[in-house]
Write a protein that binds this ligand. Structure first.
Ligand SMILES: [Zn+2]
Length: 84
């Protein structure tokens, strides 16, 4: 948010190039945070073996499940409750 604020400040003070630079920087930071959270959501470690899981969505109950091939266990991620 600081970057965005500085960007707006520079826009208003005849520094459009710097303003754009900070605005783009802000956009990249937001994108990075979103990307990271998406990555974290899609790469859930198995609670039993610490291995990779496959994330699937249970269409009926509208819930996200993590399936571990190694343990043959399905974890309920409980992120889909009340959504969609
Ligand atoms: Zn496992």
């Amino acid at each position: 948010m600081v970057c965005f604020g500085v960007g707006l400040y520079l826009h208003k003070h005849d520094q459009p190039a710097l303003g754009w630079a900070f605005s783009i920087l802000f956009g990249l930071i937001v994108f990075g945070v979103l990307e990271h959270s998406m990555y974290a959501l899609r790469h859930v470690k198995c609670l039993a073996c610490d291995g990779k899981t496959i994330i699937i969505k249970n269409a009926d109950k509208s819930q996200w499940l993590a399936v571990c091939d190694h343990c043959q266990i399905t974890w309920d991620l409980q992120t889909g409750t009340g959504g969609e």
